[in-house]
Design a protein around this ligand. Sequence first.
Ligand code: KIV
Length: 272
Amino acid sequence: MAGYLVEDARKVTTHRLTEMKQQGKKIAMLTAYDYTMAQIVDGAGVDVILVGDSASNVMAGNMTTLPITVDQMIYHAKSVVRGVKRALVVCDMPFGSYQVNASEGITNAIRIMKEAHCDALKLEGGEEIIETVRTILAAGIPVCGHLGLTPQSINKFGTYAVRAKEEAEAEKLVHDAHLLADAGCFAIVLEKIPAALTERVCREVAVPIIGIGGGPADGQVLVLHDMLGMNKGFSPKFLRRYADLHSVMTDAIGQYVSDVKSCDFPNAEEQY
Ligand code: KIV
């Protein structure tokens, strides 16, 4: 059994994440979308739980994150919050809920915070959304940035390939990271960019940088269903599978089917 000792059982705050970066302590972040999984993820010592809009893919079966709504994100975030004692819970603002203007962004941000009871929000983008980020921060809502491969812009990118390999895009990413950090974001997710660029941003920017497919950073995030091996068809290079739950669950369910059909279940002890 892996040693997942939690050094500090107090509720994780954005302030503590800053301290962790300063002290060189790594931040472990994972997604969760429901109460039961959130209880397990929290109990195993994850520092930050992201109620990602990847719920659109892994929970609802959509091809992209674009269709998920504010109401659906609130439902998932509320369920997660009920299962969490220690981790900081961050909820993604879904596509369309903050891109129109700062006024709509802050209205939706306040609604998510009030109804979901999460601790912070995550928004994708840099300079294009900086006024909205500042407005949300000014309302006292902690914001996590997200740069690099930003799945809400998949129709603009046209591919899920590695971002910021060219100098111009890399320089814009560094510029955006500084803008978000200077605005007051408590952390920034960097998705699918070259490891050398992640290393540069971690060095230049004071706030914690959380990587996914970006090499070593101040912390890492993965989609829960992917790292548990529930999703057989998704195998990007950056993904480490910690279990093969697809096989474990298929075997268990297959055994149940067989037991019912052979009248082995329920037996004499499994009835009243
Ligand atoms: O929605 C999500 O799961 C995310 C992570 C991939 C960072 O944004």
